[in-house]
Design a protein around this ligand. Structure first.
Ligand code: GDP
Ligand code: MG
Length: 595
């Protein structure tokens, strides 16, 4: 295919605005898939995506489109819309020259519409606004056009109004992709140069890397080099994705496809890496900024004997998802494990679910925490921690106030879009979360966009759910990293029968210490089943206990039931008690602490 006939584009949108449905229609129209009911959201391949109805992983499909006597090669990359996965969006975008910005005709612009728009805008891509779901009874495409004009400064004449569900105007979308999006600016005569923008691991075939060719051509059997490690490989298989793998003999500049070259190691197919021919080395491309984890949690095998199989599962899954950071960690009760960093809580949840479903692994996840920082004061503590400026991702490593000049907490700028009826309630919610308002503007007659500076730990867990419920589901939320601010932090220990349980310690803001301690004790009380012995649950800061709950023992003294001689029965009962304790430990650690 001549480069002039290639178009690379992504579909971006707020969650549920219809990206995957539109992708299905485009695939059908171009004959990549047949028009059957069972092909709903075909690009959502993962089990977790199908179960949750969300797109987690960006997927690629090459389409052949005949238009005005010419055949065009359209490379479509479907992207996820949830805030935790915006990193996937920015990666997909780097392989594109244009995007379809899908907006629901009923809901209008939402928080992630704005975030995604700016990703494409900053990458200087052609943006085609598509107003979807015009078949809905409450659709108001004219209002959405006005919003698009006001917020994005895109003339309303440029909007395409469609129904992805019914197929209305979808052919117009393809025509406009060809007309408005420029072909990639590349040359087939240049040396081969490809960007790895995604990679997956296959149990049988090893690493399958998704690549975009920024120059030259590659053929089966070529010897290639990956710039990052400088290792050499033979190209075993190349091809395009339609969306299933479709092997070809060659790939040319401007195309998007996959490559299998005997890479077996997790680190060999780094996302953002450049591939080139051994005989024609090229300057590597800049690659990607690495994703910054916002939430950390400990992950441990339920049984230490499963450590090595879990290790390999975690490694393989992180190859599919390079935004997860992995560090070894250990805990007194749980043994050897890892401290993993995620982009958000949904990300953590999805990772956990994928471990279970795709690798059959069972894991214990400890309470999530955000990365705090401390500036240490004493030379002794600086020596102990190895640096003056430290990041704390595990509450049990929290340095004592006596060793610290200043603590810092991560902050984010949050964008909320809501109908104006809910402004009052939302402002109260934000104030309770120690947030500072930065902006409030109307985006049309009834909708406002608010910007707040939030401490990250105040929004990672249940903020979104509360926002949704107090706005009857109408408000949307997105956030971006905004660095750190000084904060008065304390470490809260949880004691069970007077013994601190390291895995339950948390870091909290002083202002919230009492509430956090009280809630934790109550939650633990409700989740630990009654035992044969009494359990005292205490929350303490240093030596000061600030909250307490008690779980009463079963009233019966079980041992009284058996008379002296029956030693086996007595042993059995004692064993049961020990198992009860073990079970309790597991329950406590399984709990995701909502603090
Ligand atoms: P995504 O999260 O952006 O990928 O959204 P999906 O494609 O998964 O669609 C979300 C929901 O909206 C699904 O229930 C779709 O059936 C529905 N949907 C998508 N397009 C349309 C449309 O044009 N009209 C109507 N009525 N529903 C649609
Ligand atoms: Mg989707």
């Amino acid at each position: 295919y001549p480069v002039e006939n290639v178009r690379n584009f992504s579909i971006i949108a707020h969650i549920d605005h219809g990206k995957s449905t539109l992708a299905d229609r485009l695939l059908e129209l171009t004959g990549a898939i047949s028009k059957t009911e069972c092909n709903k959201q075909v690009l959502d391949k993962l089990q977790v995506e199908r179960e949750r109805g969300i797109t987690v992983k960006a997927q690629t499909a090459s389409l052949f489109y005949r238009h005005e006597g010419q055949t065009y090669l359209l490379n479509l990359i479907d992207t996820p819309g949830h805030v935790d996965f915006s990193y996937e969006v920015s990666r997909s975008i780097s392989a594109c020259q244009g995007v379809l910005l899908v907006v629901d005709a009923n809901q209008g612009i939402q928080a992630q519409t704005i975030a995604n728009f700016f990703l494409a805008f900053e990458a200087q891509l052609t943006i085609i606004p598509v107003i979807n779901k015009i078949d809905l009874k409450n659709a108001d495409p004219e209002r959405v056009e006005k919003q698009i004009e006001k917020v994005f400064d895109i003339p309303k004449e440029e909007c395409i109004k469609i129904s992805a569900k019914m197929g209305t105007n979808v052919d117009k979308v393809l025509q406009e992709v060809v007309r408005r999006i420029p072909p990639p600016n590349v040359n087939v005569e240049d040396p081969f140069k490809a960007l790895v923008f995604d990679s997956t691991f296959d149990h049988y075939r090893g690493v399958i890397a998704n690549i975009a060719l920024f120059g030259g051509q590659v053929h089966k059997g070529d010897r290639i080099v990956s710039a990052h490690l400088g290792k050499t490989y033979d190209v075993n298989e190349i091809g395009i994705l339609r969306p299933e793998e479709h092997p070809t003999e060659s790939l040319y500049a401007g195309q998007v496809g996959y490559i299998i070259a005997g890479m077996k190691e997790v680190k060999e197919a780094q996302i953002g890496d450049t591939l080139f021919l051994q005989k024609h080395p090229v300057e590597p491309m800049p690659g990607f900024r690495s994703a910054k984890p916002m939430v950390f949690a400990g992950m441990y095998p339920v049984d230490q004997s499963e450590y090595s199989s879990l290790k390999s599962a975690v490694e393989k899954l992180t190859l599919n998802d390079s935004s997860v950071t992995v560090n070894r960690d250990s805990s007194p009760a749980l043994g050897a494990g890892w401290r993993l960093g995620f982009l958000g809580l949904l990300h953590l949840d999805v990772f956990n679910q994928r471990l279970e479903q795709e690798y059959d692994a069972s894991v214990i996840v400890t309470a999530p925490t955000v990365p705090y920082k401390a500036l240490l004061s004493s030379t002794k503590s600086i020596k102990e921690y190895g640096s003056e400026d430290i990041t704390i991702v595990n509450p049990s490593h929290f340095p004592d106030r006596s060793q610290v000049l200043n603590y810092f907490e991560p902050v984010v700028i949050g964008t909320i879009i809501t109908p104006d009826d809910y402004i009052g309630k939302i402002i109260t919610l934000c104030l309770n979360r120690r947030a500072v308002q930065k902006k409030l503007v109307y985006i049309d007659d009834h909708r406002v966009m608010m910007k707040y500076l939030f401490p990250l730990n105040e929004i990672v867990v249940d903020f979104y759910d509360q926002l949704k419920s107090l706005s009857s589901g109408y408000a949307s939320f997105d956030y971006e990293d905004a660095g750190y601010q000084p904060a008065d932090l304390i470490k809260m220990d949880i004691l069970l029968n007077g013994k601190p349980v390291e895995e339950l310690a948390t870091i909290a803001h002083k202002q919230k210490a009492y509430t956090v301690g009280k809630t934790m004790c109550e939650r633990l009380k409700n989740s630990i089943p009654r035992q044969l012995f009494e359990i005292a649950i205490q929350a303490a800061i240093g030596n000061k206990v600030i909250a307490r709950e008690t779980i009463k023992a079963y009233r019966k003294n079980v041992l009284a039931k058996c008379y002296g001689g029956d030693i086996t029965r007595k042993m059995k009962l004692l064993k049961k008690q020990a198992e009860g304790k073990k079970k309790m430990r597991k329950i406590v650690l399984h709990m995701k602490m909502m603090v």
